[in-house]
Design a protein around this ligand. Structure first.
Ligand code: TRP
Length: 334
């Protein structure tokens, strides 16, 4: 508990261009959680270097992501928005937790297997222990809840196991985090292949709507979205393309899929796609405007970065010192 509130932690990588899927599936809901929880949203740049990055691109993208957090509506005075690499406790706790995690556990991580296959020329130890760093992220802040997508659920389970193992040996040190199961965000699929998630790293630029796409590009991508020959706007598995567009429209306009289906009853795909594009634009335009504003105010962003890093560091250090004592490191002499 911090300030009488439960703690929420989540993180996002600054690799690739953020998509509408990232926004509707995660960030949009984060905004609604900041009243109820004490929220930490990290730009997890330390996770990013598990695959090779161009340094200046990574730095730029990390800053962009932080500004997008704010542009998406996360108030940086209420939410702790910070770079993982600015708080050294992440690395320090990760080392300790590495010593409480089994090779066998990490070997079972499906994301490791996927990424190792994808980056066969660089299967480094960091890629292998990635989930331990993620556990450190979460446990440092004694997070009660972690909003994660299904792809990260296995990592969260591991985090819980590590926390329980550690607590079993040393007493109650860590809060054992739960997956956040509230109103979950919409899962947005690729516009070109609705069987796959809309991805930051899709090779086909028409597959994803990027948060910074201009209105014409968004309209064009929506018009080109892969659908089917059924000719009916129905929310069902047999029409994954249309179903995805219904999800996008509904999430952008605050309607339920059923309401959307009713609204477009008897209408053609062309008209519906236009409406989807317009709905997306109505959500992204204000975000882009706020972003442009923030981009001009370097001093403000710098202040946010500094203050939030200090705030995160304060909380993280408290946990870290406790852990260091528990495992038997000598007290610090001040
Ligand atoms: N691994 C997460 C992802 O790629 C990002 C992440 C890092 C994270 N640390 C976290 C998410 C802690 C939630 C909590 O999506």
């Amino acid at each position: 508990m911090i300030n009488g509130k439960k703690v929420l932690f989540s993180g996002m990588q600054a690799t690739g261009n953020l998509t509408l899927g990232n926004y509707l599936g995660a960030m949009k809901n984060w905004v609604t959680l900041s009243d109820e929880y004490e929220c930490f949203y990290s730009v997890v740049d330390m996770h990013s270097i598990t695959v090779r990055q161009d340094p200046s691109t990574l730095r730029q993208r990390a800053r962009k992501l932080l500004m997008i957090y704010i542009a998406a509506g996360l108030d940086p005075e209420k939410n702790c928005l910070y770079y993982q690499s600015h708080v050294s406790g992440h690395a320090e706790l990760a080392w300790i937790l590495n010593c409480f995690t089994y090779m066998g556990e990490l070997n079972r991580m499906t994301q490791f297997k996927d990424k190792a296959a994808k980056h066969a020329d660089n299967i480094n130890a960091g890629l292998f222990t990635y989930p331990v760093l993620m556990a450190a992220d979460i446990l440092l802040y004694q997070a009660d809840v972690v909003p994660v997508g299904v792809d990260q659920m296995q990592h969260l389970e591991l985090t819980r196991d590590i926390a329980q193992r550690f607590n079993g040996i040393y007493g109650d040190v860590f809060t054992v985090p739960e997956a956040y199961v509230g109103k979950v965000g919409a899962k947005i699929m690729s516009l070109q292949d609705p069987s796959r998630k809309m991805s930051k790293s899709d090779e086909n630029p028409n597959a994803s709507i990027y948060l910074m796409d201009d209105p014409d590009t968004i309209m064009r991508k929506c018009k080109r979205a892969v659908t089917d020959s059924e000719g009916q706007i129905l929310y069902r598995e047999e029409q994954p393309g249309i179903r995805n567009l219904i999800d996008i429209y509904s999430a952008c306009s605050g309607k339920t899929p059923e309401e959307t289906v009713k609204e477009f009853d008897g209408k053609g795909y062309g008209e519906f796609k236009m409406a989807v594009g317009e709905a997306v634009n109505s959500v992204l335009k204000p975000l882009q405007e706020r972003y442009a504003q923030l981009e001009k105010d370097k001093a403000y962003i710098d202040r946010i970065i500094k203050e939030n890093a200090e705030k995160a560091d304060y909380v993280a250090t408290k946990t870290l010192r406790k852990v260091q004592r528990k495992v038997g490191f000598p007290d610090r002499i001040r």
